[in-house]
Design a binder for this molecule. Structure first.
Ligand SMILES: [Zn+2]
Length: 156
């Protein structure tokens, strides 16, 4: 088995749980939806597609903090009824090999590079972005909708 030099960072459980609580309390910017088609709603906590019939919370997530040019807040899903945080952090999540873009950021949250990944070897793209010493982390996003999917850091 190949060992990669990266580490997958799924959404922290505290953030997923806070979103579930906010949705339960009726926060206007937290919608609870029932998934009606496969591969439409990627859960950022377990890093799997939510299945038709499962409920998800849709809410705005600040992937890149405010106060800088590349600040970014955008919509993400998490399972509404709880799920296990993705734990195979040395493996690229199998559900998201298609239709992703990998954006490299420096330590000041500037985008310094990006590569579109289509099924073939997202690991290779990530490794090549991380080879640049200026890359602090890589964010994997939907290539079509632009939504944040998960973060990748160098393994220590
Ligand atoms: Zn989930």
């Amino acid at each position: 088995m190949q060992t990669w030099s990266f580490h997958i960072v799924p959404l922290p459980t505290e953030i997923a749980d806070a979103a579930r609580r906010a949705a339960k309390n009726g926060a206007a910017d937290h919608a609870v939806l029932t998934v009606d088609s496969p591969e439409s709603s990627p859960c950022r906590h377990c890093l799997r597609w939510a299945m038709p019939g499962e409920r998800v919370v849709l809410f705005p997530y600040t992937a890149i903090p405010s106060g800088q040019p590349y600040s970014e807040t955008g919509p993400i899903f998490v399972h509404a009824d709880g799920c296990q945080r993705y734990s195979a952090t040395n493996e690229y999540p199998a559900d998201f090999r298609d239709g992703r873009v990998c954006r490299a950021y420096d330590s000041n949250y500037n985008i310094i590079d990006a590569q579109v990944v289509n099924d073939d070897e997202p690991e290779v793209a990530i490794e090549s972005l991380l080879r640049n010493p200026a890359t602090a982390f890589v964010d994997v996003r939907s290539v079509t909708r632009g939504c944040f999917t998960f973060r990748v850091r160098r393994a220590r």
